[in-house]
Ligand binder design. Structure first.
Ligand SMILES: NC(=O)c1ccc[n+]([C@@H]2O[C@H](COP(=O)([O-])OP(=O)(O)OC[C@H]3O[C@@H](n4cnc5c(N)ncnc54)[C@H](OP(=O)(O)O)[C@@H]3O)[C@@H](O)[C@H]2O)c1
Length: 251
């Protein structure tokens, strides 16, 4: 059990909510939720910090000031915030590209590094990738999103190497298609593409996030765990599947 803070972005998303609930139910320390709309943070979040992750340096400055004011250290960081514009590559605007990389990838680094002096011994950072880091669903309306998530996986490995000697572990989860949120355009098609039939429940991903935050995974760093009901077996690194599926694009 950890008494330190959990810093959580995307705390208003279904995944973020599930992580906050599990963390507090397990008796760990309090949760700080980062959101553009802190009034919508769930009850499991003790404190909210209003930030817009389209501007990571500003958000990091606010988070650093918050961390310096705490008597307890930070036990973990989970970067669950994410955006997808669900646009075809040939129609993606520069603004969409930049915002996707800024929120999904840039914010992960800026927030994690400002917390570096405040991490407790054995602290754990968990980033959130996506099955789209490996392949694009047809008709492929998410090149920027997939590329940003591939960057998240690379960042995971680089930070793990840099920060491991300081006792900070960095891992990530690679969820498959989840209901709600940025969601899926055709749930039946996505479901048919999974081995364990069905969309991935945010709670299933949250359980793995909690494992990566906990001492049970103390021997692991730089790893990315797929929680995708087997979607990636046909559709990920091994290739083969081509369901005509896509995201709604809710941003
Ligand atoms: N849904 C899926 O099928 C799926 C699959 C694989 C991976 N993922 C990943 O899982 C995570 C959660 O996905 P979801 O579908 O549950 O997301 P979602 O419901 O669309 O929520 C997005 C979250 O990101 C935060 N966010 C977005 N832009 C932000 C900004 N500019 N500043 C601060 N926060 C911002 C939102 O916070 P506020 O609105 O409160 O500011 C919200 O909590 C994301 O990283 C996503 O890429 C999702």
């Amino acid at each position: 059990m950890s008494r330190g803070w959990l810093v959580l972005t995307g705390a208003t998303s279904a995944l973020g909510r599930a992580v906050a609930e599990r963390w507090t139910t397990a008796g760990h320390g309090p949760v700080l939720g980062l959101s553009r709309r802190p009034e919508r943070l769930p009850p499991a979040v003790r404190e909210g910090l209003a930030v817009d992750l389209r501007r990571p340096p500003e958000a990091a400055e606010r988070l650093g000031a918050w961390a310096r004011a705490q008597s307890d250290p930070v036990a973990g960081l989970v970067h669950a915030a994410g955006v997808v514009y669900a646009d075809r590559a040939d129609r993606t605007t520069w603004d969409e590209w930049e915002q996707t990389f800024t929120v999904n990838l840039g914010a992960a680094l800026w927030l994690a590094r400002v917390l570096l002096p405040h991490f407790a011994p054995g602290a754990s950072v968990v980033l959130v990738s996506s099955c789209d880091a490996w392949a694009s669903p047809r008709p492929g309306p998410d090149a920027a999103y997939g590329a940003s998530k591939a960057g998240v996986e690379a960042l995971t490995r680089h930070l793990a190497v840099e920060w491991g000697p300081a006792g900070v572990r960095v891992n990530c989860v690679r969820p498959g298609p989840m209901p709600g949120g940025m969601g899926v355009a055709d749930a039946d098609a996505w479901t048919a593409a999974t081995v364990l039939r069905g969309l991935v429940e945010p709670a299933e991903v949250a359980d793995v996030v909690l494992f990566l935050l906990s001492a049970d995974s103390r021997g692991m760093t730089g790893q990315c765990l797929a929680v995708d009901r087997g979607f990636g077996l046909a559709y990920g690194p091994a290739g083969g599947g081509d369901p005509a599926v896509g995201y709604n694009g809710t941003n």
